[in-house]
Design a protein around this ligand. Structure first.
Ligand SMILES: NC(=O)c1ccc[n+]([C@@H]2O[C@H](COP(=O)([O-])OP(=O)(O)OC[C@H]3O[C@@H](n4cnc5c(N)ncnc54)[C@H](OP(=O)(O)O)[C@@H]3O)[C@@H](O)[C@H]2O)c1
Length: 289
């Protein structure tokens, strides 16, 4: 099995590389840019992979509000070009999407399933939803994996870290931390998502899947758990999304039901609290203090 992996320098891309079974050719943005379809097609035609795994994305949720063109160039039109190439080469396309495709139905308070109608509340969410539809309508053999609140030891390159590291850094600087308590989701460890994706994509059960760690929490509760588990004292208090005032709206509730993934006989991902413990262990081994 030969894989081409795009977005190889990102946090999920890095964790996924070593978990795919077979030959993995991993490309960073410099080596394979979604906004350069001619070069991308030439590279994939030369490589002839069995599967293309796309971990590349425009992930600046707030910036996308004022620069929708940039978000759509990567998350929609770049993904469409990739899907066309994969269709023409007859290869499987594995693509990642986001819980931010939901949020418009503010009364929804049970885990979203793949058959619930999406409704994004941000430009980023809309660009990811467009990308999903373009993959699903263009490349017949696809896996579209929606996930949520990713963190991994490599950090999100573009964003310069991840939520856990940001919390620990600010707490160590003694800064007061005000974290939103009215957005509920499931933070997901990239190591767990990478292992689950590797198993899922070994099947031929193509389609749309939700894959996250289990259980759910608010970002405030997640921050509380980070400090508790890391043994760090922090000046932490809850705040509302309105008070926080981010440029982009986020869903109030974006917990994803992973029942369709489990129905394939694949094991559930561990609870987010256990995944956080594993993450803190992994970062401790990599950066012993
Ligand atoms: N992070 C989250 O919380 C989250 C939540 C739900 C879903 N997701 C989805 O999960 C997937 C993986 O996310 P992640 O957190 O691993 O992202 P990440 O760490 O930000 O990595 C994304 C990678 O994509 C690259 N990239 C950006 N534009 C590109 C382009 N035009 N062509 C090729 N590569 C490009 C970036 O390169 P540069 O660093 O050079 O820009 C970066 O290496 C994405 O589809 C994302 O939308 C993420």
């Amino acid at each position: 099995m030969k894989y081409a992996l795009l977005g190889a320098a990102g946090q999920l891309g890095r964790d996924l590389q070593s978990r795919l079974q077979g030959e993995v050719v991993a490309w960073t943005r410099e080596q394979a840019d979604l906004t350069r379809p001619v070069e991308l097609r030439a590279a994939l035609e030369a490589l002839r992979p069995d599967r293309v795994v796309n971990c590349a994305a425009y992930n600046f949720v707030d910036k996308a509000e004022s620069d929708p063109t940039a978000a759509f160039a990567v998350n929609a039109w770049g993904v469409r070009d990739l899907a066309l190439i994969c269709r023409d080469l007859g290869c499987v396309l594995v693509h990642f999407s986001s819980d931010y495709v939901f949020g418009l139905d503010e009364n929804h308070r049970v885990p979203w399933t793949e058959s619930n109608a999406p409704g994004p509340v941000s430009v980023y969410g809309l660009s990811k939803l467009a990308g999903e539809y373009l993959v699903r309508s263009t490349c017949p053999r696809h896996f579209v994996v929606r996930t949520c609140g990713l963190y991994g030891v490599w950090g999100s390159g573009g964003k310069g870290g991840n939520f856990v590291e940001t919390m620990l850094r600010l707490a160590r600087q003694g800064k007061p931390l005000r974290v939103v308590a009215d957005q509920t989701c499931t933070p997901t460890y990239t190591v767990d998502l990478a292992a689950a994706t590797a198993s899922l994509t070994m099947t031929d059960r193509y389609g749309l899947y939700h894959v996250t760690n289990s259980d759910s929490c608010s970002w405030y509760e997640f921050a509380q758990a980070i400090f508790e588990k890391a043994g760090v004292k922090a000046d932490l208090a809850p705040i509302s999304s309105w008070e926080f005032g981010a440029a982009a709206r986020r869903p109030a509730y974006s917990v994803l039901s992973t029942a369709a993934y489990h129905a394939l006989g694949l094991p559930p991902l561990r609870p987010w609290r256990d995944a956080l413990t594993a993450y803190l262990d992994e970062r401790g081994r990599k950066n012993p203090i």
